[in-house]
Ligand binder design. Sequence first.
Ligand SMILES: NC(=O)c1ccc[n+]([C@@H]2O[C@H](COP(=O)([O-])OP(=O)(O)OC[C@H]3O[C@@H](n4cnc5c(N)ncnc54)[C@H](OP(=O)(O)O)[C@@H]3O)[C@@H](O)[C@H]2O)c1
Length: 332
Amino acid sequence: MKAAYIERTGAPDVIAYGSLPDPNIGPNQVLVKMGAVSVNPIDTYIRNGANYWELPNPFVIGCDIAGTIISVGSAVNGLSVGQRVWGSNQGLLGRQGTFSELCAIDQQWLYPTPEGVRDADVAASALVGITAHLGLFGHAQLKPGEIVFVRGGVGGVGSMVVQMAKAIGATVIATAGGPEKAAICRQLGADHVVDYRAADVSEAVRLIAPGGVNVFWETLREPDFELAVALMGQRGRMVLMAGRDARPPFPVGPFYVKGCSLHGFAMFKASADHQRACAVDINHWFASNQLRSVIDRTLPLSQAAEAHRLQEAHTIRKESQLRGKLVLVPEA
Ligand SMILES: NC(=O)c1ccc[n+]([C@@H]2O[C@H](COP(=O)([O-])OP(=O)(O)OC[C@H]3O[C@@H](n4cnc5c(N)ncnc54)[C@H](OP(=O)(O)O)[C@@H]3O)[C@@H](O)[C@H]2O)c1
């Protein structure tokens, strides 16, 4: 099979595209013929040597996948040859990744793809969709009628947060960089969009929500606690999920006096059962047209290194180049 893989960590050009042996499946695994994969920032941290865990060598990069089952292990229940599936949480905790024509995946990480939904769309919402669900409903306990503020409403996770919060009847305030991205944010359902390049975010949000927001979702790798604590109302909940090296100042007094809480998490640590519960809602929202993926571009799998360069420029160097997810598909 053809795959995008690394044999050592480093800059994007350590990613090779070439032939690797087809994987064998274990009794609890299925073999998926990949239809589409998507890039996440964590893919670039791992490739660059983040060293969160030991990597197999060669290591196939990538977490997300959608495709079609071509064989099933002897102990697999409820999944069958020919079925379309999607999943995430691969390439993590020592598992092989998804950027290959064939992937052997434990059945617990796969979900049926709703009829009529393209592989590219479910792949592009896999890790980011599960993350948004875990954070909004598992950690922040968002309720209908509440106000959620998301800093980065067109980003991978942010675009999912906007749509899921709307799907349950919350009011959404989002930021976006520039008028074009602000328009995308509105199309996703955001009630209020603040262009962070043109307006003072703090002032704008205070005017929209004078009593404060119920949930503040930070997607940046440099969390702004001053902004978050100032904008949250009584018993506000802040979701924090990025910036391992960040050590920002924290306004302790106003935080505890308002009874706020802070919720940090890493999606890959959620159990398979928790992630499946998220996938059930994601499938429902896809099928009912309440959720869609925002895809910047689709590249052939051979351009995985270029995809990593683009993702790094966007997320790490904040060049703000992308308008949605990067999707890769097998060579024609
Ligand atoms: N803990 C977890 O489980 C978990 C899961 C998924 C992701 N993450 C992490 O969460 C972070 C975001 O992931 P992602 O996939 O959503 O990344 P992304 O698609 O690159 O999104 C980044 C967002 O940041 C916004 N942004 C960039 N510069 C900004 C600025 N100066 N002011 C305000 N907003 C700015 C971008 O907005 P514009 O494009 O509008 O400029 C974009 O919406 C990454 O660090 C990732 O590793 C963690």
